[in-house]
Design a protein around this ligand. Structure first.
Ligand SMILES: [Zn+2]
Length: 397
């Protein structure tokens, strides 16, 4: 059915602060720290949190399902079926949080000064709570909309993004996605990708009293780092993306040599590359190869290897005039009474892995995410639920 503007206003007015704060508090109190390849600790209860989120979705009448993306690490989904005449809009968020080392009482949600404190409050259980409120209001209204509302809680965003990458492979692929990472409700329709790659140089060991008998892999890596500096300058000379700016390259981790009396025969560098739409794993490897081949031609005995890559998160480049971007910007304007700021998100997210036009817009600030004093503004939490509900109703009713 098509619903009137007045009905939309009435439904949006039902968003309830105390329910949102209650839901978010209960979510913060279930630790879901990402294990990051380390031994699992008491706080790594992502699966338990996933199950509880599934129960939240069940509780608001969604048709739920789940799929493990790794051992004991499920993605969970809830669907509110429409009549099949409209698009499927997915509200997606990650279930995991970063760690809590040195964080005092991270899982005891505290409300103070119109803020809710605790690990995951802003990144990004606030959005997950807002999605539940959207589902709840639609459930109470009992309307059959044209399209489907799909809510997704995905695993492992903070590390390898296994959850969203599994959605790329195994679905469900929606028509549009909204990802409520903390943007202070700015509408972000693009971000860079992140590609982490190893580069290795090889030399020949010798006693360091006679270094001329060896080939120093660290010296060769110094040449690589210098070339990467030039490559970084070249990236800045290329045309900028309208909202993301330029691609970047940064040497981040280096290892080489074993003892000081030996010329090192091996050195390894991990390079972080922030990519723009149109760049890929293959195109970046090709650029590294050109740079390293040119060293091979100019530096005696230079020997290298590229790979493996340790991370490949895609860039997001949803057109600013895509209906998911314009709908959420309109909803922002309606709820907050001012034009929505529109731009790029600074970090990479799950959004491009959903393989559809996607936008990032959520409560909380990236400045509070990952800190030892994480919080979300309760006003933004409530506004986000209103914005999501209005956007969903505009897109699927
Ligand atoms: Zn996040």
């Amino acid at each position: 059915m098509t619903i009137s503007k007045q009905t939309i206003d009435e439904l949006v007015a039902l968003v309830d602060e105390s329910r949102l704060v209650g839901d978010l508090s209960s979510m913060v109190s279930v630790p879901s720290v990402n294990p990051f390849d380390e031994p699992v600790t008491e706080e790594c209860r992502e699966q338990e949190f996933a199950e509880s989120y599934l129960q939240h979705m069940n509780g608001v009448g969604l048709d739920t399902f789940k799929r493990d993306v790794a051992d004991g690490r499920p993605n969970v989904f809830g669907r509110r079926h429409g009549s099949g005449e409209g698009p499927t809009v997915m509200l997606a968020g990650h279930l995991d949080t970063v760690g809590v080392e040195d964080y005092v009482d991270p899982f005891n949600p505290v409300v103070s000064n119109r803020k809710l404190y605790g690990r995951g409050s802003c990144d990004m259980k606030a959005a997950l709570a807002a999605y539940i409120e959207v589902g709840r209001i639609l459930d109470h209204a009992g309307l059959t909309l044209k399209g489907d509302l799909l809510i997704a809680g995905v695993a492992d965003e903070e590390h390898m993004m296994l959850g969203s990458k599994d959605v790329s492979e195994n679905g469900p692929i929606p028509d549009f996605a909204i990802v409520g990472e903390p943007t202070e409700l700015e509408v972000c329709h693009a971000h860079k990708g992140q590609l982490c790659m190893h580069i290795k140089t090889f030399g020949k060991a010798s006693h360091s009293s006679v270094p001329e008998n060896g080939i120093n892999a660290i010296n060769h890596m110094a040449d690589v780092i210098k070339s990467l500096g030039q490559y970084g300058d070249d990236l800045l000379a290329r045309p900028a993306h309208p909202v993301c700016g330029h691609g970047k390259v940064t040497p981040c981790v280096i290892n080489g040599g074993s003892i000081s009396s030996s010329v090192p025969d091996y050195c390894e560098l991990e390079v972080d590359r922030r990519t723009l739409a149109g760049e890929s794993l293959e195109s970046v490897i090709e650029e590294y190869r050109q740079l390293l081949d040119s060293l091979k031609n100019s530096v005696p005995n230079f020997d290298y290897e590229i790979g493996p890559h340790t991370l490949n998160n895609l860039p997001l480049d949803t057109p600013a005039d895509s209906s998911v971007v314009t709908s959420i910007a309109e909803a922002y304007q309606h709820v907050l009474g001012k034009p929505a700021p529109v731009g790029a998100f600074p970090a990479s997210t799950d959004a491009p892995h959903f393989l559809c036009p996607a936008v990032i817009c959520g409560p909380g600030s990236i400045n509070q995410a990952h800190t030892l004093d994480e919080y979300v503004s309760i006003d933004e939490l409530c506004a986000s639920a209103r914005i999501y509900l209005r956007t969903v109703l505009n897109m699927i009713s």
